[in-house]
Ligand binder design. Structure first.
Ligand code: SF4
Ligand code: SF4
Length: 172
């Protein structure tokens, strides 16, 4: 597995290859089989990985909170939702709220999240590799592979499973 501090540079080197792989998948992959492959690799790799030693996602992105996330997060910190929003969040203009800073304000020095199990659903699901419709989300998957070493590894394993080898002049 690539180390968290090297994933951005490696993903940049692999950018053309990853977009070629996206085209390959669009032309050759069965969407449901691909979702099952993502899910299997997600379960296998995350079960062996300690995210607290990485936290690139919490350093690169702010947390995004829907209303239910605000209710849970406020309760965790023994605040009203209004105080929680005023202290930690700003409206994103699209119906949700983001934390005020990047790295996220809830990221602790030991790599844990101050909100624990009450972290937003969006955070708990990142990098979204256990969700369906991955073929439609390949652009954001490739983008997130520059942040998440596990997702980077999932893409590399998928290339192996499909026998995909990058050639810059090939048509996929
Ligand atoms: S989800 Fe990915 S980016 Fe976030 S901490 Fe875990 S390995 Fe790192
Ligand atoms: S809310 Fe927690 S899990 Fe989400 S970005 Fe912030 S520190 Fe990370």
């Amino acid at each position: 597995m690539i180390t968290p501090n090297k994933v951005a540079a490696m993903a940049e080197k692999k950018e053309k290859e990853n977009y070629a792989f996206r085209t390959f998948l669009k032309n050759h992959a069965d969407p449901e089989k691909l979702d099952a492959q993502f899910l299997r690799l997600h379960n296998e790799l995350f079960s062996q990985y300690d995210c607290s030693s990485c936290r690139n996602c919490c350093k690169e992105f702010c947390g995004t909170f829907e209303n239910e996330d605000i209710t849970k997060g406020a309760a965790k910190l023994h605040m009203t939702p209004e105080t929680f929003k005023a202290q930690y969040l700003q409206y994103d203009g699209e119906g949700a709220y983001d934390t005020n800073h990047t790295p996220c304000d809830f990221l602790q020095g030991d790599g844990s999240c101050l909100l624990g199990e009450c972290k937003p659903v969006n955070c708990a699901e990142f990098p979204f590799t256990a969700k369906p419709d991955r073929l439609l989300s390949m652009i954001s998957i490739i983008g997130n592979a520059s942040v998440c070493p596990v997702l980077f590894e999932i893409l590399e394993r998928l290339k192996g499973e499909y026998g995909f080898e990058f050639r810059s002049n090939a048509r996929w």
